[in-house]
Write a protein that binds this ligand. Structure first.
Ligand SMILES: [Fe+2]
Length: 200
């Protein structure tokens, strides 16, 4: 655990340093310090462990560290009590990496997560007050942002979501693993977007 936590810290710092859009989006605390958390492993975590998604060589070490951290982090079930249903909840894998609490590393003014979804999953339109950046680490997915054409993103590609801008994500034949960072309102959770809001 000790060794993997150090690898994870090094790889997260390296990811921010070598991804210009991420570096511009938010700065990591220096030093990036650990904090205590109560681990929780969700059912979706096992799916990510079984099929992390392949990757380019650039993110292999980070991908492996993210998977190896599975028992030591607090996996989230963000949509457990929503109308989306158990099937989606059981397949949407996510844990926080950096944040004010419940993450292995502390930051007062940003949060970041790893998100993984299996092939053939549609993550419907949703929005939140926080500004957001996705950086794909492994696999690929189609990213939809309200007001712009959909794009297929692969390892190294990124997309920005403005505050309250609806966005959606769909995997086809491959899973996707992405690094997601938030800035701004860090406490208001995402909600699904009403259909009439994205049909205009
Ligand atoms: Fe989002």
């Amino acid at each position: 655990m000790r060794v993997n936590r150090d690898i994870l810290r090094d790889e997260l710092i390296a990811l921010h340093a070598r991804t210009p859009a991420l570096g511009a989006f938010c700065a990591l605390p220096d030093p990036l310090c650990e904090q205590a958390l109560v681990p929780y492993v969700s059912p979706a975590a096992a799916l990510m462990q079984a099929d992390p998604g392949g990757t380019t060589a650039a993110f292999e070490r980070l991908r492996d560290a993210l998977v190896a951290a599975t028992p030591d982090v607090r996996w989230r079930e963000t949509y457990k009590d929503t109308d989306i249903g158990e099937d989606f909840v059981s397949k949407f894998a996510c844990y926080q990496l950096i944040g004010p609490a419940e993450a292995p590393f502390n930051a007062p003014d940003m949060r970041s997560f790893v998100v993984w979804t299996p092939p053939g999953l549609h993550y419907p339109w949703h929005h939140h007050p926080a500004e957001e950046i996705y950086v794909v680490l492994a696999g690929e997915a189609e990213f939809a942002v309200h007001g712009a054409p959909s794009r297929t993103l692969r390892p190294g590609d990124h997309v920005l979501h403005a505050s309250m801008q609806p966005h959606a994500m769909t995997t086809r034949d491959s899973p996707v693993m992405a690094y997601v960072a938030w800035r701004g309102d860090l406490t208001t959770p995402p909600v699904f977007t009403l259909p009439e809001m994205v049909s205009l």
